[in-house]
Design a protein around this ligand. Structure first.
Ligand code: DSN
Length: 390
């Protein structure tokens, strides 16, 4: 690279990534092929529109790339192209979610998602997000005792508020989701059911956790978390007379975005093919074994794990423990100094601020990619314990 300043910084970041233990639940390490597609000449091309209907010339190859990415996305999740459509142009998870609301919910309509403090996402209707400003947001939480979703409470709220769309799928909820129950709730109030499986997409692809596709109308996902691809997003929608796919396509372009990032789409296609290989199933199952081991070991060492454990790739540790421990920020800072990277995180019934909350979120997708197994998780848990108890 001729730009030595940037090259030096990239090298520094590569070194940092190699030297730390990465427990950020939403990060991963992509393959060389994913990187190569992302850094390819495809970045030079404008392709506003969709395959076969572009506003610029020279898109013969772009059309093939976009179509291949769609085919691979549907195949990975075992979806028939007659029953499901997929949009592969969303630049990342937040625009993907925004596009779904823009396409399906009238401005001022009601969206209902999990509150951020209990494990939801900014784009599930949080007040500072555009999704909480353009639409009326109704938020559900977890049961204060079990710290799990109380489906009866969610149903009661849905029947009272009558949202246009209900969002299931979370960024800091460690438990399996009962999509069938969410479908029943959506049907009870006439709402669309959208599942944001950004966090668990790789686990779904690898058959390691339940799939939302039998129940949802729309499924969004980023491609860079457990799915181990580039930063990008996919929006799946059920094909029927409601024409959700057409409304969503229009919301992405021209509603929200201009030209798609073809390098990103090609790179996502590479990741989707990688996730279809048999070894990805082993990877997905190992992630869950690793997270359970890490959470169990921390529990044995005296730390409170939110909801008592995990079924997925992430766990929430209550480091504050009603003032007997340390804050999430302090925990994250101390761990970072010792080379363990986590993020501070709110926990259910949070009493502190989001910038200095009561817990940390830990995930094992990235370290599992690096080959770590249960025995390594036990060592990491002990290391975390020593650092936090100093
Ligand atoms: N930032 C992502 C996460 O860490 O879960 C969500 O957008």
């Amino acid at each position: 690279m001729k730009d030595k300043e940037i090259q030096k910084l990239i090298e520094q970041e590569k070194k940092r990534q190699k030297s730390v233990i990465n427990l950020i639940a939403s990060e991963n390490y992509v393959s060389q092929d994913v990187l190569e597609a992302l850094g390819s000449e495809l970045t030079n091309k404008y392709a506003e529109g969709y395959a076969g209907h572009r506003y610029y010339g020279g898109n013969e190859v772009s059309d093939k790339i976009e179509s291949l990415c769609k085919t691979r996305a549907l195949k990975l999740f075992k979806l028939s192209p007659k029953k499901w459509a997929v949009n592969v142009q969303a630049l990342s998870g937040s625009p993907a979610n925004l596009a779904v609301y823009l396409g399906l919910v009238p401005l001022g309509g009601i969206i209902m998602g999990m509150s951020l403090t209990d494990g939801g996402h900014l784009t599930h209707g949080y007040k500072v997000s555009a999704t909480g400003k353009f639409w009326k947001a109704v938020q559900y939480g977890v049961d204060p005792k079990t710290e799990r979703i109380d489906y009866r409470a969610v149903k009661k709220l849905a029947k009272k508020e009558k949202p246009n769309i209900i969002i299931a799928g979370f960024t800091a909820y460690p438990r399996n989701i009962d999509f069938k129950k969410f479908r029943e709730i959506a049907d009870a109030c006439g709402a669309y059911l959208m599942v944001d499986m950004s966090h668990t997409a790789g686990l779904v692809a690898g058959g390691a956790c339940s799939s939302p596709f039998s129940y949802a109308d729309v499924v969004t996902t980023t491609t860079h978390k457990t799915l181990r691809g580039p930063r990008s997003a996919l929006i799946f929608s059920r094909m029927d007379k409601r024409e959700l796919n057409k409304k969503i396509d229009k919301a992405i372009f021209p509603g929200l975005q201009g030209g798609p990032h073809l390098n990103q789409i090609a790179s996502a296609a590479v990741a989707l093919a990688e996730a279809a290989r048999p070894d990805f199933k082993i990877y997905a199952k190992q992630i869950i074994k690793n997270t359970k081991t890490l959470a169990d070991e921390l529990k044995k060492l005296g730390w409170r794990i939110v909801s008592g454990g995990t079924d997925t790739h992430l766990a929430l540790v209550d480091t504050w423990m009603n003032g007997k421990g340390i804050s999430g920020k302090e925990a994250s800072d101390r761990l970072e100094k010792a080379g363990i990277i986590v993020n501070k995180n709110t926990i259910p019934r949070e009493t502190r601020s989001p910038m200095d909350p009561s817990g940390i979120r830990i995930g094992t997708a990235a370290e599992t990619t690096r080959g770590k197994k249960e025995k390594d998780m036990k060592l990491i848990a002990r290391k975390i314990d020593v650092i936090l108890k100093r």
